[in-house]
Design a protein around this ligand. Structure first.
Ligand SMILES: [Zn+2]
Length: 250
């Protein structure tokens, strides 16, 4: 198995331990676990952490309601979103030591749990329920031309945005923004939203800060580009830490 593919499978172990994968992904992980002692060992390390997180956080859920019909789809979408973040962290983490690895695992597991809680309606923001399921994956092939619109981003002190990478894509199903930035407080939950031309805020997902490690985030909302006036990211306290205005297009 190529190293890249193996790494991706390994990054799914946290979500696997949380039962947050859809059946095909579960099958893929299980098939791989059968033949890979390394991943079995990794899973054995993750599982106690995950159980702990699950026990603590789920105990706050008074009475879980019946999961919505599209629960699997939502979880898959959020896990895919999480993978974007985790993959970005992993790519820069080649020389990571054991401490960093454990911490990242913990963050990954916590993010996975947040995904599940959000999908169950426990979290405050779900967002993007109508967006396509796949937000992570290989880059589009060169023959597919997706028009990227670069956007000027204003960020709070302490955040460093890769201005060359900040862009917006007008899809037929909605709008997507990509940001690459460092300086989001590690472990803090940030919420993103698009602003519509008529002043509404549409949730565009959540992510965890990764400190001085560059974070790549793809935000999406079921809002067409001509109706989009901008996007923003809020910290855990609701303060806007990053914002971009988009020129009105018709
Ligand atoms: Zn393996």
């Amino acid at each position: 198995m190529p190293a890249d593919q193996h790494r991706q499978l390994r990054e799914l172990l946290g979500a696997y331990a949380l039962d947050a994968l859809d059946p095909p992904a579960v099958a893929a992980v299980q098939a791989h676990l059968d033949g890979c002692a390394g991943c079995r060992a990794e899973l054995a390390e993750i599982t106690p952490v995950v159980s702990e997180l699950r026990r603590v956080d789920l105990s706050r859920v008074a009475s879980p309601t019946t999961p919505p019909a599209d629960l699997g789809e939502r979880i898959r979408e959020r896990v895919a979103h999480e993978r974007v973040l985790v993959d970005a962290a992993a790519a820069r983490d080649r020389r990571r030591d054991a401490g960093v690895r454990t911490r990242r695992r913990l963050l990954s597991a916590a993010a996975g749990l947040a995904v599940v809680l959000a999908a169950l309606g426990v979290g405050s923001l779900l967002g993007r329920a109508s967006a396509p399921a796949v937000v992570a994956g290989p880059a589009p092939s060169a023959s597919v031309k997706i028009p990227l619109e670069s956007v000027p981003v204003r960020a709070a002190a302490g955040l460093a945005v890769d201005r060359g990478a900040a862009s917006v894509i007008a899809h037929t199903w909605g709008v997507e923004a990509k940001i690459v930035a460092t300086g989001f407080t590690p472990g803090q939950t940030y919420r993103a939203a698009f602003r519509s031309a008529d002043g509404r805020l549409l949730p565009a997902g959540e992510f965890l800060g990764t400190g001085d490690k560059p974070l790549t985030c793809n935000l999406q909302a079921a809002l067409l580009r001509p109706d989009t006036a901008g996007f923003l990211v809020m910290d855990a306290g609701g303060a806007v830490v990053l914002t971009a205005d988009l020129p009105v297009r018709s």
